[in-house]
Ligand binder design. Sequence first.
Ligand SMILES: NC(=O)C1=CN([C@@H]2O[C@H](COP(=O)(O)OP(=O)(O)OC[C@H]3O[C@@H](n4cnc5c(N)ncnc54)[C@H](O)[C@@H]3O)[C@@H](O)[C@H]2O)C=CC1
Ligand SMILES: O=C(O)C1=N[C@H](C(=O)O)C[C@H](O)C1
Length: 252
Amino acid sequence: MSESIRVAVLGASGRMGTTTVRAVQEADGLELVAALDAGDDLRAVTDAGAQVAVDFTVPSVTEQNVHVLVDAGVHAVVGTTGWDDGSLGRVHDHLLRAPGVGVVVAPNFALGAVLAMSFARQAARWFESAEVVELHHPDKVDAPSGTARHTAQGIAAARAAAGLGSVPDATTQALDGARGADVDGVRVHAVRLRGLVAHEEILLGNTGEMLTIRHDSFDRVSFMPGVLLAVRRVVDRPGLTVGLEHLLGLPA
Ligand SMILES: NC(=O)C1=CN([C@@H]2O[C@H](COP(=O)(O)OP(=O)(O)OC[C@H]3O[C@@H](n4cnc5c(N)ncnc54)[C@H](O)[C@@H]3O)[C@@H](O)[C@H]2O)C=CC1
Ligand SMILES: O=C(O)C1=N[C@H](C(=O)O)C[C@H](O)C1
């Protein structure tokens, strides 16, 4: 029988961290060896012999955590948001000097959300207009969500590959922000509402029709199958992987 994968969780006292700790403890073939939160020394990860660390912390610390983990030869599964081309590029370059170490950064681990993004990329080329609405609990610290940003970037890339121009928009904003954020030419709107968990609507429009792709996470357990999949796969996946779609065999 193969040995269990030894797992550490960073941000273990948070909403996602507590759910992840429970999921790892209950998962076959995984062993929780460290659970750290703010103020704890990251050296506890290596002291505990962790092979994989899962990061659900805050955007301001996640990149630094990953560099420390890579230096220690610990694989990382990262759900924390706030990543951009600059931070991803630095981790990619760091991994070139750490052969065998893998890092998976995924803005969303819910299987339905990953499929929704994939469907949106597939559909994008066929529609003149595209906008993204993300809806979250009001304790979320960042906007737009990492998922909405990834979704909009995917739509924009698919539109560009198909030779589509800008989305039509004759509006002059009377108030800053009225048309949401501009992510590579795709408008992204953020709703914060008590009672919500994590939701996204992708709106695609043509004259006379609209396609709506919607995903709802009603409970944080929805992210756990994706997190556990990434933990199991990252040990054999050196280098940087951005997006769970690559582990699910979906078109990127
Ligand atoms: N990729 C995905 O599927 C998902 C990603 N997220 C993202 O995960 C992140 C965490 O979300 P929540 O759990 O809701 O936030 P939260 O605020 O409940 O938890 C964050 C935790 O990180 C801790 N923390 C802060 N600095 C730390 C440090 N230096 N070392 C260790 N722990 C530290 C905090 O004390 C807190 O316990 C956010 O960026 C969120 O957007 C959330 C849900 C799903
Ligand atoms: O903060 C959250 O809750 C979530 N954050 C991630 C994001 O910003 O995309 C994933 C999911 O939307 C929940």
